[in-house]
Design a protein around this ligand. Sequence first.
Ligand SMILES: [Zn+2]
Length: 400
Amino acid sequence: MTDVFDEVVGQERVVALLRAAAAEAPLLRGADAVPGSGAGAMTHAWLITGPAGSGRSTAALAFAAALVCPRGGCETCQSCLDVAHSTHDDVEHVVPEGVTYSVDEARELVRRSAMSATRSPWHVFVVEDADRLNETAANALLKAIEEPPPGTVWILCAPSSEDVLPTIGSRCRHLLLATPTSQEVATALTEKFGVDPAMAAFAARAAQGHIGRARALATDEQARLRRADILRIPTSLGALGDCFVVAADLATTAKDIAAELCDPRDASERANLLAAYGQGGTGKGIGTVERRVKGPLKELETRQKQRRTRATRDQLDRPITDLVAFYRDVLVLQLGASSGLVNEEMRPTLERLAAESRPEQTLRRTAALERTRGLLEANVPHLLALEALMVSLKDPSLTP
Ligand SMILES: [Zn+2]
């Protein structure tokens, strides 16, 4: 028998705990017991952590579905389908609009968390990127998370518990996801998505335990081509001028993909706002519409700009991860370590690079990649950070 937890790959221990909690949940809602008050499996605030791609949101949404489904997450009823399509009224999937959660977003969450569920026993909030709750936003949420109204459940997701403010983290039950093995990811790709075993093995290895990424590589040729382009970078930086061309290419691609994701939403938000202020209408007062809409429009544009910056940065994280794996492979060869290569299909190139450079240089290149991630995180202009990175990759002695 399959259920919603089948989507959660390679996390037996966590799935067992979530199943137990979901099984206990209906009993709690029937009685006036307060969830979380005892040592029971169910509680009202959870923090699910794990590295990128380990399936934090998948686990959180599976648990949410199990709570609102009359059969504990059967995967087939209307309730489960609605959760899967993000259309369930009682399951709110929350993502920060900008780089961090604003205090307004936090207050809005508090307001909605006070409302009862409409069609199921639980009102569930899946809060992505709980590490992006800064002090003010976290303070606004604190009480709602500590003592939610009966029937409200918080499921916070973050890369690690250290990334979450202790005031929030300490009020949640913590579940730690492991990085699934390549074998687990490959099996999941074959069984769930019918991917050919050879392709599944390649995608699982290349994605290094990141399930969503593995699936994209296995099923989307564009994703494979983009990855191949990225992995050509280390051998294409012949002259200093190349560094600037490659950096500009990377920045433009990230910007274009982010635009594809953001443009439609931005346009519809703008249209909705203008409509709400009566633009396009006729009659009395139309002259003042433009004046009244000016402030809200400016606010919306600021929010949209932040969202776009973040989407662009997310697009740059992928190439950096792929390049870190590339140089890790070079180092493995240089040190004669016995671990397998992430980019096995590039072995000849990797061996040549390993022979032509020294381990210290490889380490410097890896450090430059990690530093770039930090710079992008700190909102340094993308192009500048990428140019500096390419120069360091070309000539690691130029790295500070
Ligand atoms: Zn169901």
